[in-house]
Structure formats: structure tokens, C-alpha cells
Design a protein around this ligand. Structure first.
Ligand SMILES: [Zn+2]
Ligand SMILES: [Zn+2]
Length: 321
């Protein structure tokens, strides 16, 4: 009875619970809308909170590109359940089969949902940077499963690391059911395995996590970053004829989305370089760099700036040898 009352209250509030027995997951992908951002592109803009039992691991921006006879999925989330729930949402805008999946990089919040897509479409090709496939083959998939199992206290249980089967390296142009996709890789940036996907007709670009809107770049995984490479990649994409930029996390939008991340990275690099040139070690400059970047204190994960500064410092040190 209590549960029924809870369901009624949730539905009055416009919140759809994942299922009748699962009112404890207010943030799972089931409660998010699928937003149309261009003619063909639909995005579920996920939470910026880190994976937790409440979110069931969901935190990225899974998306669908609709073709005339099919659906292309980009980054289907972090579990078998999320991948399947994404398909349920997509069914509301297209009844066509999934013809391809793309993964933007090796971080598990973006691709563990491959399992859910493959359960429904066992033969669907999954594209990713070949370096991502190498890293998963070397065991990184299991590490991501364990990390997300721990963070969500088991909410992603049953998810298997489902490795992409078509390796890309950037520079390819693919035409899938009449929709032209340009694949970009600008060298190591957010990781060494990033792909950015340009949907040419829609003037849309999937940035992966090279841009995360209003989020400190690489704050969760600074060990994977080339901060300078991320600056290079964002600048390169700002030269493309793009109207709508879809970040790996946070809201999609126009040029202001990548320009904000770029300004943050340029300011961070300049600040660390300034104190490095004065002979400071990373621990000595930490508070000063954070003060220099004070105007970004509302960005997600700003509390992780200390770790990020350590890695930017190491990169600046390498540049100076
Ligand atoms: Zn990432
Ligand atoms: Zn991510």
C-alpha cells in the first residue's frame, strides 16, 4: 500500500519509476527524456553525478541517430539494463532496427551498455577506436565492470564487457543507410582512444568526453588525459562546420559548449605553467591554481581539481624537458 502511494506521488510529480518494484532509483536513465537536438539526433542528457546505487550507474549522454531505415546508437551507457532502457526510449521515436553502435572512448560509463544493445541485436556492428579495443582485450573491461559494480553497490550486475568489433583510427568517412559520418581522432586527448563523430547532414558533432559541459575536464580519470591534446582536439573541431555539439556529459548546445571547456583548459594550463616557471612543485601551487580558476568553482567535480593539477603539472614538466 505504501509503495502504491509512493508510485502515485511520483507520477503526480511527473516522475516515472523504472518499474513498480523499483522506486529506489529516482535517477536511473528511465527517468530522463530523450531530447531531439537536430533532425536526426536524439540525446538522453544524463546526470553529472558519479555512478551510485541511486543512478544505477547512469551518468553519460547516450544518443540515437535516426536514419530512414534504421537507428545508430552512440555510447549506450554503463550497464546492460541502461542499454536496454535506452532502446525502449528510442522506440518512441523510431521503430527501425539498430544498424550500428559507436563508442567514443574506453571509459565504462559510455560503452558497457553495448551488452544491452547486443542482447536485442546480436549481430549489430560496434565501432570504436582500435586502441579502445586493444585496451579492453588487455583486461580494461573487467576493471570498469568492477569499478561500476563497487560504485553502484551491484546495480549493474549481469553486465558483461561487450567489446566493439570494428576498429577505427579517425579520418574515416562512413555512409550508413544514407547518413554520412566523419570520424575524427586528433591524437591523445581525453584518452588515447577518443573518437569524435560528425553527423555531416545535421551539422552535429559527438565530442565524447573531450568536452563535458560545465565539468572539470578529466576530473574522474586524469591519468588518461593529455590536457594539451584536449585543447588541440577542441580547437580542431571548432573549425568544422558544426551547429550542434553533443558533449560526453552535460547539455548539448552551440559553440559556447566547447569554447567554455577550451577556455577552462587554457586557463588551467597557463596557471600551472606560470607557477612551474616560478619553480613551484605541484603541491605548492595547488591552492594558487584553484584560486586562479575561482570563476569555475560551480563546475561539476571542481573538488577534484587537486588531482587534476597534479597531472597537468606532470604534463607541463614533460613539455619542459
Ligand atoms: Zn571519459
Ligand atoms: Zn564519461
Amino acid at each position: 500500500m505504501r509503495q502504491c502511494l509512493m508510485l502515485i506521488l511520483l507520477s503526480l510529480a511527473g516522475i516515472q519509476p523504472a518499474s513498480a518494484h523499483d522506486v529506489s532509483a529516482p535517477s536511473s536513465i528511465a527517468h530522463y527524456t530523450l531530447d531531439q537536438v537536430s533532425k536526426r539526433i536524439h540525446v538522453v542528457h544524463g546526470t553529472q553525478d558519479l555512478p551510485s546505487p541511486e543512478t544505477r550507474g547512469f551518468m553519460n549522454n547516450p544518443a540515437a541517430i535516426l536514419t530512414d531505415n534504421g537507428v545508430i546508437i552512440v555510447d549506450p551507457g554503463s550497464s546492460v539494463e541502461i542499454g536496454k532502457q535506452l532502446l525502449e526510449k528510442v522506440r518512441k521515436v523510431s521503430d527501425k532496427p539498430v544498424i550500428a553502435v559507436f563508442n567514443t572512448h574506453v571509459h565504462g560509463d559510455h560503452w558497457l551498455g553495448n551488452h544491452g544493445i547486443r542482447e536485442m541485436y546480436p549481430d549489430v556492428p560496434i565501432y570504436a577506436h582500435r586502441r579502445m579495443i586493444e585496451r579492453i582485450d588487455a583486461g580494461e573491461g573487467d576493471i570498469w565492470i568492477k569499478r561500476l559494480m563497487d560504485m553502484t553497490e551491484g546495480a549493474i550486475a549481469g553486465t558483461r564487457a561487450t567489446t566493439p568489433n570494428i576498429g577505427l583510427e579517425g579520418g574515416e568517412e562512413l555512409v550508413l543507410d544514407g547518413v554520412t559520418l566523419k570520424i575524427h581522432h586528433a591524437g591523445p586527448a581525453h584518452t588515447d582512444s577518443d573518437l569524435m563523430i560528425e553527423v555531416v547532414d545535421d551539422k552535429g558533432l559527438f565530442f565524447g568526453d573531450i568536452v563535458a559541459a560545465r565539468r572539470v575536464p578529466n576530473s574522474d580519470v586524469p591519468q588518461d588525459a593529455s590536457f594539451k591534446g584536449t585543447i588541440v582536439a577542441i580547437k580542431a573541431m571548432l573549425e568544422r562546420p558544426i551547429d550542434i555539439y553533443i558533449p560526453g556529459h552535460g547539455q548539448s548546445g552551440g559553440r559556447e559548449v566547447p569554447e567554455a571547456s577550451l577556455a577552462f583548459l587554457v586557463a588551467l594550463h597557463a596557471s600551472v605553467t606560470k607557477y612551474y616557471d616560478q619553480g613551484m612543485e605541484a603541491y605548492e601551487m595547488k591552492d594558487k591554481v584553484i584560486a586562479d580558476l575561482e570563476s569555475y568553482k560551480d563546475w561539476n567535480n571542481f573538488a577534484e581539481m587537486g588531482r587534476v593539477i597534479n597531472f597537468v603539472y606532470q604534463e607541463v614538466e614533460r613539455e619542459n624537458f
